[in-house]
Design a protein around this ligand. Structure first.
Ligand code: SAM
Ligand code: SF4
Length: 383
């Protein structure tokens, strides 16, 4: 039987996609090998969030080339999927000529059976893509527009997981709060950054992604349905952005003991000036007031976050605002990244990457030390 080796770079969304890619290979009669040197096919499930992630893909291919020239072995078929598909086919051919085939993840589909290594806790995708267009982020280009998976398909998968003995379900999407709302057609963070008309002044503040639905938000409805599945004991979700975190969701967390008290709520910066340039659509005040509203209803809530240091133009004063915010919230875990300009994004086009690498590193070290100081031993494994 032919064998496949899947190399996954980047976040939990990619790890979850790789489980379904492996399922697809199994359904076609392949076996999995843990040794890329022995594989007939190698799938590279790539990340593009930072330049360093793309460099690692190139590094893998260079190693493969070296191995092939030393051993004289036949080259395995090389398949590229994941976020590097923000490049078009020609660009990929120029950049990575060794790639034989491109696999858009939509071809595998949400409903392909996933092959999971963990047998108690399962990652279940509920949506893919993103409509938020934070100025620094490649995801809306690499994964395309937000698309929600039908609730009945999600429930069916979770019911089957419960039958197979899974106890924890981790719901996955770039912005889970807005699950099911893209069909409403009212996207308030619409493509402000249409290439020609976009300027820094056109970045909106304090905008939700969608207009609040008059009924229960579909994500809250989904949580209620999944909670009814008897043998599921714990439900977590990633990522909840600070927009569209409506009171109904807070009420649901407060009243539903199956929902985990860990809430991942990426803030990215504590400076209003930088948040606006990032197109995050909230202010530090509205973020802090959301945290306060959650803590009031869910006193045992704990928070995780993502922060970018060294965004273009970030001054010492902006950085101090971020430090101040993280001290106020007291995050359990913070994933701190140094800004990496991504070609094609709005911040790449509009701003120069002007914070020196040395300053980015210093800010990164300070934040990482302060934000993560008490919890290194128990950092939750999240995207
Ligand atoms: N949708 C999630 C969100 O909004 O937080 C996750 C998006 S992204 C895959 C994960 C994290 O990567 C972001 O929260 C951000 O901190 C970081 N990131 C994205 N683009 C970046 C860039 N250009 N440079 C540095 N970090 C970046
Ligand atoms: Fe990227 Fe912003 Fe979408 Fe998260 S919400 S995936 S940071 S564009």
């Amino acid at each position: 039987m032919p064998s496949v080796f899947i190399k996954t770079f980047g976040c939990q969304a990619n790890k979850s996609d790789s489980e379904r890619i492996l399922g697809d290979y199994f359904s076609r009669g392949y076996t999995e090998t843990q040794k890329w040197q022995e594989a007939d096919e190698i799938v590279l499930n790539t990340c593009s969030v930072r330049q360093s992630a793309e460099d690692r893909v190139r590094g893998f291919i260079l190693n493969l080339n070296k191995f092939l020239s030393l051993t004289g072995k036949k080259k395995p078929k090389l398949i590229l999927t994941g976020c590097m598909l923000h490049f078009n086919e020609k660009e990929i051919k120029d950049l990575l000529p060794e790639v034989d085939e491109i696999l858009p993840i939509a071809e595998v589909g949400f409903n392909q059976k996933a092959i999971r290594k963990d047998h108690r806790s399962a990652w279940v995708p509920i949506s893919t893509g993103c409509n938020s267009f934070c100025t620094y982020c490649i995801v809306p280009f690499s994964r395309g527009r937000e698309r929600s998976r039908p609730p009945e398909d999600i429930i069916k998968e979770v019911e089957n997981l419960a039958k197979d003995g899974f106890k924890t379900i981790n719901l996955l999407g770039q912005n889970v709060n807005s699950y099911g709302l893209e069909k409403s057609g009212i996207n308030l963070r619409k493509l402000y950054m249409d290439k020609d008309s976009f300027s820094a002044n056109s970045i909106p503040t304090n905008q939700s992604q969608y207009k609040k639905p008059t009924d229960l938000p579909p994500f809250v409805e989904l949580l209620k349905q999944i909670s009814k599945i008897k043998d599921i004991e714990k439900i977590t979700f990633f990522t909840s952005n600070p927009w569209d975190f409506w009171d109904e969701l807070i009420e649901e967390i407060a009243s539903n003991p199956k929902i985990d008290r860990f809430i991942h709520l990426p803030v990215q910066s504590g400076s209003n000036r930088i948040l606006k340039l990032m197109n995050r659509g909230y202010t530090r005040q509205s973020y802090l007031s959301l945290v306060k509203r959650i803590k009031a209803k869910v006193p045992d809530a704990v928070f995780g976050t993502d922060i970018i240091v060294g965004f273009p133009g970030e001054t010492d004063a902006d950085f101090q605002d971020t430090l101040d915010l993280i001290k106020q919230v007291g995050f359990k875990v913070a994933f701190v990244a140094r800004y990496s300009p991504r070609p094609g994004t709005a911040s790449f086009k509009l701003f120069s990457d002007d914070v020196p690498a040395k300053i980015k590193k210093e800010r990164w070290e300070i934040l990482d030390r302060i934000a993560n100081k008490n919890n290194l031993a128990e950092r939750p494994q999240i995207p």
